[in-house]
Design a binder for this molecule. Sequence first.
Ligand SMILES: Cc1cc2nc3c(=O)[nH]c(=O)nc-3n(C[C@H](O)[C@H](O)[C@H](O)COP(=O)(O)OP(=O)(O)OC[C@H]3O[C@@H](n4cnc5c(N)ncnc54)[C@H](O)[C@@H]3O)c2cc1C
Length: 466
Amino acid sequence: MDAKERMAIPRQNPKELAAAVRIKNFDEVVAGFDHATAVYEAERCLSCKKPKCRDGCPIHNDIPRFIKLLREGKVEDAYWADRETNSLPAICSRVCPHEFQCEGSCIRGKKGEPVSIGMLERYIVDWMVSNGKNLLKACALPKDKKVAIIGSGPAGMTAAFYLAHEGYCCTIFESLPVLGGMMGVGIPAYRLPRNIINAEFEALKNCGVEIVNNVTIGKDKTISQLRVEGYDAIFMGIGAHASRKLGVDGEDLAGVLHGIDYLRKINVGEEINLGRNVVVVGGGNVAIDCARTALRTGSDKVFILYRRTKEEMPASMAEVHHLEEEGVKIEMLAAPVKIHGEKGKLTRIECIRMKLGECDASGRCRPVPIDGSNFMIEADAIIPAISQDVDHTANDGIDFAMSRWGTYEIDPVTMQTSVEGIFAGGDAVLGPQTVAKAIYQAKEAAESIKRYLEGQDLKEGRIPTE
Ligand SMILES: Cc1cc2nc3c(=O)[nH]c(=O)nc-3n(C[C@H](O)[C@H](O)[C@H](O)COP(=O)(O)OP(=O)(O)OC[C@H]3O[C@@H](n4cnc5c(N)ncnc54)[C@H](O)[C@@H]3O)c2cc1C
């Protein structure tokens, strides 16, 4: 096929569960491509000599290579080409915000629609699973060096993946009963089915990784104890699990449940009855997941309150589209100023209208309250989902250098914290970000840990991470 023929092929779209069906359950909304559709979509790739998609991918996957192998029918080779750089392809293919990363950089997007890179990656991994193939290569023989990994999110999983493959004995300590970090207790199963996460943990266990749930470092066990127990290096992938508060009166009333706390409760199996009318505050993925989850657990009037406009919502556009299809309304240019209640229980939310003021260099405009525009909303529950901060329980008196945002300061080349032998990556360092960015940092940290354990120079031949 020549370039002109490739250009003529329209982007293929996946099938999706109808909104009326999917709001009654947590089944995966988006279906994968079948083989013919995947190969046809793969034909749209122009195999650019300088692929922008690879630059746009936080882990720099060799996307044109795996797409070429796929269209040649070499699906297993395509998988291994992707897996060289991606420790969690089944997960990234489903949850990466592709429009801001690989697909946002795809040259075909300049004059039309980008190649559906996420769906192609997903097809390749799903093909491996449905054909009963091993998802990991053989692990190295165990060495006598031990690494403690705090947190089982994508950062912790990635550090364990690379280090276990080198033969280091890794133990993941996780404070929750559920594994996967925000992928297991944040991102809902309708976007990321739990068997996908569980399969990755099975693969890690088969590689000798020990996993210890329900242990909070800093509470049940300290970092100093880990050292006494013979752990030669430590990786902190503890994420950002402290909900940021709205800071308005009434935030302590019953009926106020912060976004990640709400999702965590649902995902560890608690039954939460929010009532019929639910207001979610925020414009990111967390807010959207809260609203869509509330619908699925029985609330029937759910809307989102966002202080800017829809165009400025940081959530992925596909998620916003699904949200609206499911009947959630977005009340734009509005913010809560006070939560009113009776007998300790929320009854109404007082809001104020906003307008957009001065814009910063990136074009993002500051929301400014409009005096005297206050209005009331009747509600049974409010879910503030405006951001998260790092919880420092793990520190337990160790004086780590922290940024002014409360994230861990690290060396940008080695990912080592200010404490020798302790490395960090993911949301704990970046603040709330993405799975792919957590993977990238953890992979760099794993390289440093390997060098550290072998007494090698941590920096030689490496460049700072972006
Ligand atoms: C609702 C929601 C939706 C999201 N949607 C997307 C999306 O679509 N795409 C995307 O790319 N990203 C998404 N993200 C962000 C993404 O999930 C995170 O950026 C990513 O999981 C960060 O990985 P991490 O490993 O750094 O931290 P986490 O995934 O947060 O994992 C940290 C783990 O450490 C554990 N831990 C913390 N402290 C301790 C301690 N002291 N001892 C033991 N264990 C501890 C925590 O319990 C947790 O399991 C979403 C996040 C949320 C909350």
